[in-house]
Write a protein that binds this ligand. Structure first.
Ligand SMILES: [Fe+2]
Length: 297
């Protein structure tokens, strides 16, 4: 397979983690439609590993998902990092970049994704930083709804905060349906309602993952387990609402055999096919209705 530079992701993708390089080498025909990487893990990587990465980006569509930009953080935006990320995206023909709608640094790195307070002031702050990031990167970016365990200084709902940021920054959304599920349990809101509240035409792609149940009312977003049925159902809801979108399975720890991850990608593709079929039937129905209307007009 060879890809065109900047070819957008479609179908079902997997995070390209170094732990997966061996299993992927042993299964060159594994059904993976695209890969996602954290640019921070591949900037300035040369030698054999750099060549391996290049071989993958020449064959497959890629998306980049940042880890450490700290879009909501109080410290100055790391513009040096943004320039390095742009170079990586351009060198590998990757068009899509996303980051977390959260912060992970103050004076130092906090090594976790902290929730931004859901306030008007924070909307203005983070939206200005997203716009600046888009200017430096020379492309529209997507921000991801993150899982959280507290909502400090909350003045509006997470859904309203997310929508207002998307509008103010004029950026897209990376909709993580597992994070919606995790937060719906942790903060007691309706996950389906959250998804339906997101704006049409703004969802760039979707994340799906497994999590860890700490207590009946506390879920930890672990990326270390299989996707559970209620989260598959939210993926279904997202496709019903926004149409079929590229969907990335996040798995960062406790890697099962590659075949198990491919099974989960097959499950994503099965749901996508069902929605493609529904969309096709709906379009055929609309065309027929239009033709009848023309005949009777
Ligand atoms: Fe995610």
């Amino acid at each position: 397979m060879s890809k065109r530079p900047g070819q957008p992701a479609t179908g079902a993708g997997l995070g390209l983690r170094r732990a997966l390089l061996g299993p992927l080498r042993d299964s060159p025909d594994a059904a993976i439609d695209f890969f996602e990487v954290a640019p921070e893990n591949w900037i300035n990587v040369g030698g054999k590993l750099g060549k391996t990465f290049r071989a993958y980006t020449e064959r497959f569509p890629f998306v980049c998902h940042g880890l450490s930009l700290s879009l909501g953080g109080p410290a100055a935006l790391d513009e040096t990092l943004l320039h390095k990320i742009r170079r990586l995206l351009d060198e590998h023909g990757i068009s899509q970049y996303s980051e977390h709608l959260s912060y992970c640094s103050d004076d130092g790195h906090l090594y976790d994704l902290m929730p931004i307070p859901f306030t008007e002031e924070a909307v203005d702050w983070v939206a200005a930083r997203i716009r600046r990031a888009q200017d430096i990167l020379g492309r529209r970016i997507a921000v991801e709804n993150v899982s959280s365990y507290a909502t400090p200084g909350q003045e509006m709902s997470e859904a309203d905060f997310t929508k207002t940021v998307l509008q103010a920054a004029d950026c897209d959304l990376l909709l993580d349906v597992n994070n919606v599920y995790v937060n719906a349990v942790n903060h007691r809101y309706d996950a389906e309602q959250f998804i339906r509240a997101m704006p049409q035409g703004r969802v760039a792609y979707i994340h799906i993952a497994g999590h860890y149940n700490e207590a009946p009312d506390l879920i930890v977003d672990s990326h270390a387990a299989a996707v559970i049925d209620p989260v598959w159902k939210l993926l279904d809801t997202a496709y019903a609402e926004f149409g079929v979108l590229p969907t990335l399975l996040e798995r960062d720890f406790k890697f099962p055999p590659l075949a198990e991850l491919i099974n989960e990608l097959d499950h994503v593709r099965a749901i996508q096919s069902r929605h493609d079929l529904i969309g096709h039937d709906q379009r055929a129905h609309d065309t027929l209705a239009d033709a009848r209307h023309v005949r009777t007009a």
